[in-house]
Design a protein around this ligand. Structure first.
Ligand code: FEO
Length: 400
């Protein structure tokens, strides 16, 4: 069902309740997602973004029921990634020759994906397209989150169509932030930011400041995934600024993988040691082989301290730990302290490997970590507890 956003704007997208993985297998989407597409009617009509290719057929059918396709004057492609451009080939077959507005990088990317020579019109920040009484203003949003991304602003109604920025993978028919559970909405918004946007923090701060400098009033933010920010839309812009500035809460995240429970026991005993110094310490504990990696990444994003453990295997570390560290490296976290731990039977390289990798990832290393040979015995457990206790002292001094 299409949804009226206001008198001039209609949501014509697709809610994807079934989606559980996005970007191939990279991102979990426990609450599904939506591909938001918007029809803007004035004297001229513009269509902003489409939906993912598997939904092309039903998208075109639903759009045709909403408007005679020939009456669409302009197509706006805020971002070329296939979850937003996937229905363009089917649409452009129906309305060949209609102009497709996007950034120069958008043209490169759309041509690369679909190998079609549509009537592309490249736009840059400040370019305007009159719809009659109102106009669309284009704002390039490079690296928010890809080089081709842009925002489109509708004057008069003061709506920012922000594409991926400010979005969430959150399927919900209610569609507006004042109608959905705020806790669920923010859980998905921060997960989206932490897992996708963290590496681009500098660009994000700069872009948001540029946007604020334009002094465009914003009555609504319509992203291309999830819920529309209609009640106090500036809240998510301010939250992005907060998240982009080396965000951390007063939280410690401990992540381990284990073969015979030795490294798990080390993790739990370190936590006991930390708790002996700070009973209220907010500590989250995850087994990286058994827990969703995107949830772990979100918790790391929120943390000031990260402790990562793996036993030694084949002179290296377990696969889930390696995958987690690879993810952390790519995200370029700022303002995080870290230490490593692990058990070993024979050679014992894991703690050194993890420590070096985390340092390379840009985390500040708190100490040389702790490694225990064989399964922790009673003396080992005392040593681990004391290690945790000393670490607790150190962590307490780190201001969140
Ligand atoms: Fe970058 Fe939602 O695609």
């Amino acid at each position: 069902m299409n949804i009226k956003v206001n008198d001039n704007v209609t949501w014509v997208g697709k809610v994807d309740w079934e989606l559980r993985k996005f970007h191939g297998e990279e991102l979990s989407t426990f609450r599904g997602s939506s591909y938001n597409s918007y029809l803007v009617r004035d004297e001229k009509t513009a269509l902003i973004d489409t939906v993912w290719m598997p939904f092309s057929k039903e998208y075109i059918e639903k759009l045709s029921a909403e408007i005679e396709l020939d009456k669409i004057d302009y197509v706006i492609a805020n971002h070329a990634e296939m979850d937003h451009s996937g229905a363009l080939p089917a649409l452009m077959e129906k309305i060949p020759g209609k102009p497709v507005y996007c950034t120069q990088n958008g043209i490169r990317s759309l041509k690369g994906h679909y190998h079609k020579d549509w009537n592309f019109i490249a736009v840059k920040t400040g370019d305007k397209l009159s719809l009659g009484r109102k106009e669309l203003i284009f704002i390039e949003a490079k690296m928010l989150h890809w080089p081709d991304s842009m925002f489109t602003y509708l004057s008069g109604d003061n709506i920012l169509f922000s594409n991926d920025a400010f979005g969430q993978h959150f399927a919900n028919e209610m569609m507006f932030n004042d109608l959905v559970d705020e806790h669920e909405l923010y859980e998905e918004a921060i997960k989206y930011y932490a897992n996708i946007l963290t590496p681009f923090a500098n660009f994000i701060e700069q872009k948001i400041n540029e946007l604020l400098d334009l002094k465009l009033p914003v009555n609504m933010i319509c992203p291309s995934h999830g819920i529309i920010w209609r009640n106090n839309p500036m809240q998510i812009i301010n939250k992005y600024l907060e998240w982009a500035r080396a965000y951390q809460e007063n939280q410690i995240t401990v992540v381990y993988d284990t073969m015979w429970n030795g490294t798990r026991q080390i993790a739990e005993t370190i936590i006991d040691g930390i708790k002996s110094k700070d009973k209220k310490a907010d500590i989250k504990l995850y087994n990286s082989a058994r827990h969703d990696i995107n949830t772990i990444i979100t918790e790391i994003f929120k943390s000031k301290t990260v402790l990562i453990g793996s036993p030694t295997v084949n002179r290296g570390i377990l696969i889930s730990t390696a995958a987690l560290i690879e993810f952390i490296k790519g995200l370029k976290f700022k303002n995080k302290n870290a230490a490593a731990f692990g058990s070993f039977g024979w050679s014992g390289e894991s703690v050194k490997i993890i420590t070096e990798e985390l340092a390379e990832a840009g985390l500040e290393i708190l100490n040389e970590g702790i490694k225990i040979q064989w399964h922790p015995g009673s003396e080992d457990l005392i040593k681990i507890f004391e290690y945790g206790r000393d670490l607790g002292d150190k962590i307490k001094e780190i201001a969140p």
